[in-house]
Design a protein around this ligand. Sequence first.
Ligand code: KG4
Ligand code: ZN
Length: 352
Amino acid sequence: MRDEPLVLGIETSCDETGVGIVRGTTLLADAVASSVEEHARFGGVVPEVASRAHLEAMVPTVRRACDTAGVALSDLDAIAVTHGPGLAGALLVGVASAKALALSLGTPLYGVNHLAAHVAVDQLEHGPLPEPSLALLVSGGHSSLLRVADITGGESGVVPLGATIDDAAGEAFDKVARLLGLPFPGGPHIDRVAREGDQVAIDFPRGLTSRRDLERHRFDFSFSGLKTAVARWVEARERSGEPVPVADVAASFQEAVCDVLVRKALDAAAAEGIEDLMIGGGVAANSRLRALAEERASRLGIRVRVPRPGLCTDNGAMVAALGATMVARGRAPSPLDLPADSSLPVTDVLAG
Ligand code: KG4
Ligand code: ZN
């Protein structure tokens, strides 16, 4: 529909320069330039390298998105940008670019929350998000359970029910992959290798699921104990001189993570009386997580929405999707002196 807002979204919170263009909930372009290969040899993202790569990639990526969508910059109704959370220097590149575009085009600017954008992106595939929804947000930096009554924010729009108390789920995937000699980022490699392995070969611990832990941390996660357990198991194997069964370790580790994520998400949905579970963030690309969530949720009559893997990892389309929802709901744009906020809380969905 022509009267739906045409929005360009910019994402630079980590190592992906993402520029997406949407019209309402229709995806027109999703251009991503990743600097991941420049970080691989360090085993993690190097902030200064990421910022520099964003600077170099920004203009070509904006051009590529416009070409793919078949639109001119002057057609745009609004610019949306991730203004947090993420790496400060990386965020600054996106925020400065978005301000320059908004100012020169005379369009409104929406500074949005990266985490809420991971939830909003699903609208591009499955239509408007049912509200309330229960969102399981699992990425390299965050693992949270959220009650989403209004994805554009406001009071009680996004309410955190629980979060990780140590490592994020994606971080656990990346650390265990490293231990197994798999490349960075490790999530997709564990996912691939685990397909050849036995998920019940090793009984790794399920963090924060004992009766005592559930009293205080019913909807919280912990993955650092699991990571240590995998490290100990692998060390013991190496000491014994026997080969490490990489596929079995990967599959058993992945099962431990996915089991806890799905168990707690469904428990939270039941506790909140919510029948729609949305899974977002890079780890939502995991094939076992998607299958296990579907299988267990269908038994409880809970509907599951997960975007296709390419929209789960960081991209600009998710920012454009959230921006378009802001415009559609008549939310006031952000000021042009909008700051980058590396530790923006998940409850702050739109910079006011
Ligand atoms: O959302 P994202 O692209 O960036 C952050 O906001 O952090 O998430 C990146 C994380 C990385 O830790 C990566 O290993 C993980 O998502 N990831 C996966 C898979 N694809 C990406 N983890 C498990 N299985 C996957 N298939
Ligand atoms: Zn992300």
